[in-house]
Ligand binder design. Structure first.
Ligand SMILES: [Zn+2]
Length: 563
C-alpha cells in the first residue's frame, strides 16, 4: 500500500495515475472576477514548458496530517462532494500547500480567526516545504496558524485520459485569495504569476498554451461576475461532482483531445468508454459510415448549411443476427449520398422510413427504396410549403405502431407534431435510443413555421417524450445526444422563456403588429435571422391564441386578451 492510498482512506486512483489537487484562487479586480494563473518557464523536454496553469501538484504523504490545523472544512463534507466516504480533505490540503510553495499564499488565520499576514518566518518555512524538509502541519504549528478553509469549495474532478505521458486524478478547489498577502513567484521554478479575468486568459490574442482542463475551467469561471457568485455556485453544486475524463479522438486533420463542451463529447464517450481507442471522429464527415452501436450505423449526407447544420443524418437500424435493416431518413435526392448509403448498408434493407417530409429528409426515399428493394414508411405532408410533395409512402404509420426489425430490435413510432405536423420520432426500444429527426436537433433551435409548424403541438410533443424511458437521442442533424430528459426539459424551458417575452411585449402594448414585437422579443437574436425569428414569433402568438390569451386581428396585428 502506498503512502497516497493510506492517506486517501477508501479511495485508490487507477493504476499509474497520480492523485493531485489544484486551487483556483479568486479575487475581485477592477474588471470583475480575476483568477491566479502561473506561466511555466520554457524548458526543453518538459511537458509543462510554457503552459499557463493553476497552482497545484501531487499529494505528499504528510498532507493529511495538516487536517488537525484546519478550520472551516471537514473531510466528511469534501468527501461527499467527491462521492467518497472519506479522504478528500487531504486533496484540499495538498492544494493549500502547493499554493504556499508556488505563490507564497497561505489560506490561514491566526488563533483568533483573523486573516494571517506574512511574518518574519514565512519565507523560511516556505523554503523548507519546497525542499520537503517539513510538512504543512509543522509549519502551521511553528507559525501559530490555522488553515482557514472557510471560503474553500470543491470545484471539479478531472482524470487525465489514457495515452498521456503522465496521468493525474485531480480535484479542483476554489477559494477566495487570502487578504493581506501578496502572491510572489518562486524564482527557482521560474514562474510568472498573473491575476487575470478568465476571459482575458482565454483570449487567443494572448497566445497562452492552455491544457484542455485549464481552458474548460476558465470558461466555467468566466460565467461569474465576482468571487461571491463563483463561491456560491461551487457551494450549490449537487454532490457528487462528476469525474471528467477528456478523450483522445480524431478530426480529418489528425489527433485531437476533446472535453465535455464539445458537441461530439457524449458520442465519443459512448464509442470509446475507457478512452483507449483514440480513433472516434469529432466531425460529421459526409459519406463516412459511423457505427454507433451493434444495431445503429449513421451516414451523414453532403448537404451542410444554415438550416441543416453539418448535413442530414441517415441511420441504418437493425439486428446483425437477423440481417434485416431499416433506413431512417434517406435525406435529399443526391446520387453521392445514395452511393454512400449503398456502400454502408450492413445488410438487406427492408424499410425506408422518413421522420418527416422536409426536403432535406425524405426526397431520397424513392431512389433508396428502389435501390434496396424496400418499402417506404412515413406520413404525407399536410401543407405544401417547404415540403417534399413527391413523397409517396407505401404506408403511413400511426402513433405507437411498432416495426419489428427482428426478435431483438423494435422501432416504435411516436407522432411528434410541432416542427412538422407529420413528424414521427422512432424509438429503438432495446437501446432506449430515440431517432428524433428535426423534433430535436443538436445545438440549435428547431424552426417552427406555421401553419405546418405549431408551437403548442411542439411543446406537447416534447412534454410527451419526457414520459418515455430514453438514454440517447440520435438527431437528424448532429451527434448522439446524452441525458435526453435534461435536454428535453431545457428545450421546453427555452420556448417558455421566449413565450414570456412575447407575453411581456404584447401585454405592455395591448395591441401590436408582428414587426413591432419582433425586435423586442428577439433582442438577443442577430438581425439577419429576423425573417426566421418572425415565423417563430407568429408560432408563439398562435399558441397564445390557442390558450385564449391573444387574438389575431388580421393584417399581422395582435391583441392581448389578458391572463
Ligand atoms: Zn425539418
Amino acid at each position: 500500500m502506498t503512502a497516497a492510498s493510506i492517506l486517501l482512506g477508501d479511495y485508490t486512483p487507477p493504476p499509474g495515475v497520480r492523485p493531485s489537487a489544484s486551487l483556483l484562487l479568486l479575487r475581485d479586480g477592477q474588471a470583475g472576477l480575476e483568477v491566479l494563473l502561473l506561466r511555466r518557464a520554457e524548458r526543453a523536454r518538459d511537458w509543462l514548458s510554457g503552459a499557463v496553469v493553476f497552482p497545484g501538484g501531487v499529494l505528499e504523504a504528510g498532507d493529511g496530517e495538516a487536517a488537525r490545523c484546519v478550520v472551516g472544512a471537514s473531510d466528511a463534507d469534501l468527501s461527499a462532494r467527491y462521492g467518497l466516504a472519506r479522504g478528500m480533505l487531504a486533496y484540499a490540503l495538498a492544494a493549500v500547500r502547493e499554493s504556499f510553495e508556488e505563490l507564497g499564499l497561505l489560506l490561514a488565520c491566526d488563533e483568533a480567526g483573523r486573516p494571517a499576514s506574512p511574518g518574519a518566518h514565512w519565507a523560511s518555512w516556505r523554503a523548507r516545504l519546497q525542499a520537503r524538509e517539513a510538512t504543512l502541519a509543522q509549519a502551521c504549528a511553528a507559525l501559530a496558524l490555522r488553515l482557514d478553509l472557510r471560503r474553500l469549495h470543491a470545484w471539479s474532478h478531472w482524470l487525465t485520459p489514457p495515452g498521456t505521458p503522465t496521468r493525474f486524478d485531480t480535484r479542483f478547489f476554489v477559494a477566495a485569495a487570502p487578504p493581506a498577502q501578496l502572491a510572489q513567484a518562486d524564482e527557482g521554478e521560474a514562474l510568472e504569476l498573473m491575476w487575470l479575468p478568465p476571459a482575458q486568459a482565454l483570449d487567443a490574442a494572448r497566445g497562452y498554451k492552455l491544457f484542455p482542463v485549464t481552458r474548460r475551467t476558465l470558461q466555467e469561471l468566466s460565467a461569474f461576475a465576482d468571487v461571491e457568485a463563483a463561491l456560491a455556485a461551487a457551494a450549490a453544486r449537487p454532490a457528487p461532482l462528476p469525474r471528467v475524463m477528456p478523450r483522445h479522438a480524431r478530426t480529418r486533420k489528425g489527433p485531437t483531445i476533446i472535453v465535455p463542451d464539445h458537441l461530439a463529447f457524449a458520442e465519443v464517450c459512448k464509442l470509446d468508454p475507457e478512452g483507449l481507442a483514440h480513433d472516434v471522429m469529432t466531425e460529421l464527415v459526409a459519406g463516412q459510415a459511423v457505427r454507433l452501436s451493434p444495431r445503429v450505423i449513421r451516414v451523414t449526407a453532403p448537404n451542410p448549411g444554415v438550416m441543416t447544420g453539418p448535413g442530414t443524418n441517415s441511420y441504418f437500424v437493425g439486428d446483425p443476427q437477423a440481417d434485416r435493416w431499416a433506413l431512417i431518413d434517406p435525406g435529399p435526392a443526391d446520387a453521392a449520398h445514395l452511393a454512400a448509403l449503398q456502400a454502408a448498408a450492413p445488410g438487406p434493407v427492408r424499410w425506408v422510413l422518413a421522420t418527416h417530409t422536409h426536403r432535406d429528409h425524405s426526397p431520397g426515399a424513392a431512389a433508396a427504396a428502389a435501390a434496396f428493394g424496400a418499402v417506404v414508411l412515413g406520413r404525407r405532408p399536410a401543407h405544401a410549403k417547404g415540403q417534399d410533395l413527391d413523397f409517396a409512402p407505401t404506408r403511413e404509420p400511426v402513433d405507437g405502431e411498432c416495426l419489428m426489425l427482428s426478435q431483438g430490435s423494435t422501432l416504435r413510432a411516436i407522432h411528434t407534431p410541432g416542427h412538422a405536423s407529420n413528424h414521427l420520432c422512432w424509438l429503438l426500444e432495446q437501446e432506449k435510443l430515440l431517432f428524433t429527426g428535426d423534433h430535436v436537433m443538436q445545438g440549435s433551435t428547431v424552426v417552427i413555421d406555421p401553419p405546418d409548424g405549431d408551437m403548442g403541438a411542439y411543446l406537447r410533443s416534447l412534454q410527451g417524450l419526457l414520459d418515455e424511458d430514453l438514454q440517447w437521442l440520435a438527431p437528424g442533424h448532429g451527434f448522439l445526444v446524452a441525458e435526453p430528459h435534461a435536454v428535453l426539459r431545457a428545450l421546453i424551458a427555452h420556448r417558455l422563456r421566449r413565450e414570456a417575452r412575447v407575453v411581456a411585449a404584447l401585454s405592455a402594448r395591448g395591441e401590436a403588429s408582428l414587426d413591432e414585437l419582433l425586435p423586442e422579443v428577439y433582442a438577443d437574436t442577430p438581425e439577419h435571422l429576423f425573417p426566421v425569428a418572425r415565423r417563430s414569433l407568429l408560432a408563439h402568438l398562435l399558441k397564445l391564441q390557442e390558450d385564449a390569451r391573444a387574438l389575431d386581428l388580421g393584417g399581422d396585428r395582435w391583441r392581448w386578451l389578458g391572463a
